[in-house]
Design a protein around this ligand. Structure first.
Ligand SMILES: [Zn+2]
Length: 342
């Protein structure tokens, strides 16, 4: 491993130094040996705190090789008509977005275009995105749907929408700068970033957004930059342990997102790491006790771990929340098997 830290790791340490408490007792007032031992002790404490607070950030590493991320652009008529030179408009916005992904060496490339018409342009973004997903295959690319501004009720914080950790996003036409910022924000969601407090591009409120990612977001992007868009499996080809470090740190501060932790748990289980899967699902359920799907996955992980009692209880909890849900039949038959019924 190279000893060269990445750009934002350096920035992180710079910020850490600025935030350090005023421990500067002047060495001139202390005997030299006591001064050294005090300094050593404080440095050790600072390093230990840094490691506990941000386990994966302090690690120096190789800058990643650049990855080209293929995009499939889907436009509706309202977008094309309201933005006559829309390809130039999009390329300019994409260049601004590109700058923000530069620290994690991702290059976005438009590989395909498609037309699509919403059944009703004023429908909520989540519904429009489901329509795009159903009618346009993404073919291993991130599907970027661009729609014209409509008379949708004014929601200043809702300029676009994306599925967390999945390659689908939608953005409504706005001024060039706002368009680029929204595109960056939604791509952040695709690469596994939730809304986060503070002033940066992943802020929930549009008024708090800047163009840039914060340090821990860049750490997540380093873990997800290898994401495979051709499978419908969460966090396929990602650095799961690095993600776990940041997601659990966010969860402890109340900033996490239960669905991301649950998906990460599923990804760990897929790789046969039931212990990490259980840790992620436990954190997801601590955030959202009525998260039915996470209870089902927790039951399966408990089975992997050989804890039949915990598995039975988790299946029970899932079925109490979702009697006729996506996993209900499987949960019932697993529960009967565990309880020894025919
Ligand atoms: Zn958002």
């Amino acid at each position: 491993m190279s000893q060269r830290p990445s750009h934002f790791v350096e920035v992180f340490h710079k910020k850490r130094t600025l935030l350090a408490p005023p421990w500067g007792l002047s060495p001139t007032f202390l005997p030299l040996d006591r001064c050294f031992s005090l300094t050593t002790m404080l440095l050790t404490l600072l390093f230990a705190w840094s490691y506990v607070a941000f386990p994966s950030v302090g690690v120096a590493e190789e800058p990643p090789t650049r990855r080209i991320v293929p995009l499939k652009i889907v436009t509706d008529q309202a977008f094309r008509e309201s933005t006559p030179l829309w390809r130039g408009f999009l390329r300019r916005a994409l260049r601004q977005t590109q700058e923000q992904f530069d620290p994690v060496a991702l290059d976005f490339r438009i590989e395909e275009e498609a037309y699509w018409e919403p059944s009703d342009p004023s429908l909520p973004f989540s519904v429009l995105l489901s329509e795009v997903q159903a009618s346009v295959p993404n073919e291993g690319r991130i599907l970027v749907a661009l729609v014209g501004a409509t008379d949708r009720p004014a929601e200043p914080d809702l300029l676009g929408y994306a599925l967390l950790g999945r390659p689908y996003l939608i953005v409504e036409t706005h001024s060039a700068d706002l368009f680029a910022q929204t595109l960056t924000h939604e791509l952040g969601h695709v690469f596994g970033l939730p809304h986060l407090p503070g002033r940066h591009v992943m802020a929930n409120r549009a008024a708090d957004r800047t163009a840039e990612f914060d340090v821990l977001s860049l750490d997540v992007l380093l873990a997800t930059r290898t994401m495979d868009f051709s499978h419908n499996t969460p966090f396929s080809e990602c650095d799961l342990h690095r993600l776990k470090d940041v997601y659990l740190a966010w969860a402890e501060r109340g900033n996490g997102k239960a669905s991301l932790l649950s998906n990460l748990g599923v990804a760990f289980r897929r790789e046969g790491d039931a212990v990490s899967a259980a840790a992620c699902l436990k954190a997801a359920l601590a955030m959202e006790d009525e998260f039915a799907e996470a209870w089902f996955h927790m039951a399966r992980v408990q089975e992997d771990l050989g804890d039949e009692m915990a598995a039975t209880l988790a299946y029970e909890r899932y079925l109490s929340l979702e009697e006729a849900g996506r996993f209900s039949d499987r949960a019932r038959s697993s529960q009967q098997r565990l309880m020894g019924s025919p």
